[in-house]
Write a new protein. Structure first.
Length: 399
């Protein structure tokens, strides 16, 4: 389908675009904007009026190594209309730039929410995960696969505590049956084992594995798979070697929540839950009740509210920043000038520049995400009793 060219008007004639950018990346800047004419209709599946405030991504064609990838991402976004997926309203194709007009989101990412506040309560985790499953189901029934589901690509619509989530960043997404060649798909800590084996490249099951990793993280505050060296990380992923450590937040998580995680981190893709199945399990609807029943029948404090993110969790996070930096140093040689490092997104302004731009190596973003506002000063000394979870932290990601 390609990026549609507007022959009758330029983006500048249709929008008041703020000069100062709210985000910048290697190939794009993002600006807040307002439509000059009220009542204009959207362009694509997201039917309706263009809102009073939008985000416009301005992509410099001269800096983009693969313009076809941009056109494919736009095509995916144009086919989507769902309350838990970011909306694309219209796009413009000028000789030097692409302009993508998108929904403006003021909330932070799920990545940042966990980093700052620790695990979610089961009720909040169930609500968030149910919305994510609904978004993935919408894509999958339309023969689209996201292929990079991770906490950085889940944004809250606003800054409110009960804000809904939106799935973003379709730079590696595909429409099945199109013969689109494989691209860099996924992020190491979230990639499905079949993808590592170069199997099931057009199967939506890989998105559900990644969703299972996210669910694990939001319930305990660290990822299920962690190794400092990527070959070791991929080995444990391909073997699905994970556990629910008793000396962590998992001691307060209900059996139903753990069962759902296990049904998603399933090696057999025929047995792994689909998005529709995962979104309809009883735990999604009854998480608070099931958890209360669990803690009242056992020992340990109730998690009707999120557990405190104690010093040990903070230390784990700092320790992983150092490990991520080591990975970055070892693998910097694999990066090219066409893929400058970018920061992992914290808000839409940052997230938008990592999408539709070619972004950067997922390894460089892994390091950037952890080094952002993290390790300052001397390397912290990690007590041996805490080494087990030192690296297993939400920030074990990057695009």
């Amino acid at each position: 389908m390609g990026v549609r060219k507007k022959a009758s008007a330029s983006v500048e004639k249709l929008y008041h675009i703020e000069k100062a950018s709210i985000g910048a990346g290697g190939f794009a800047t993002v600006h807040r904007a307002r439509p000059k004419e009220k009542g204009r209709q959207t362009d694509g599946e997201a039917k309706g009026l263009i809102p009073e405030t939008v985000a416009i991504k301005c992509i410099d064609k001269s800096k983009v190594p693969n313009l076809v990838a941009i056109e494919r991402e736009v095509e995916v976004m144009r086919r989507i209309d769902h309350p838990h997926i970011i909306k694309m309203y219209e796009c413009f194709n000028s000789p030097k730039r692409y302009y993508v007009v998108m929904e403006f989101l003021s909330g932070r990412s799920l990545f940042d929410r966990i980093c700052e506040g620790g695990p979610l309560s089961e009720e909040r985790a169930a609500t968030t995960f149910g919305q994510l499953c609904a978004a993935l189901e919408h894509m999958h029934v339309r023969s689209m696969i996201h292929r990079d589901v991770k906490p950085e690509n889940v944004l809250y619509e606003t800054g409110a505590d009960d804000a809904a989530i939106k799935l973003i960043d379709f730079g590696t997404s595909i429409i099945t049956g199109r013969g689109w060649p494989p691209n860099d798909s996924g992020t190491p800590d979230y990639v499905a084992p079949e993808i590592l084996r170069a199997e099931g490249l057009e199967s939506p099951a890989s998105d559900l594995w990644s969703a299972g990793v996210i669910l694990y993280i939001v319930l305990c505050g660290f990822p299920p798979f962690y190794e400092e060296h990527l070959p070791d990380l991929f080995a444990v992923i391909k073997a699905a070697r994970y556990d629910f450590p008793a000396d962590s937040a998992w001691s307060e998580v209900s059996p139903e929540a753990k069962a759902l995680v296990s049904s998603l981190l399933e090696l057999d893709t025929n047995r792994r839950l689909t998005a529709a199945q995962a979104g309809r399990v009883p735990w999604i609807r009854n998480a608070a009740e099931l958890h209360a029943r669990f803690v009242n029948g056992g020992s340990g404090p109730s998690r009707s509210a999120p557990p405190k993110f104690d010093a040990r969790g903070t230390l784990r996070k700092a320790a992983f920043g150092i490990i991520a930096q080591r990975r970055m140093v070892r693998l910097m040689g694999t990066l090219t000038s066409d893929h400058p490092p970018t920061h992992a997104p914290a808000t839409q302004s940052q997230a938008a520049t990592g999408s539709l731009t070619g972004g950067g190596s997922f390894l460089s973003r892994l390091a950037a995400a952890e080094l952002r506002d993290e390790v300052r000063g001397p390397t912290p000394q990690i007590p041996s009793s805490q080494q087990r979870h030192a690296g297993r932290v939400i920030a074990a990601s990057g695009s």
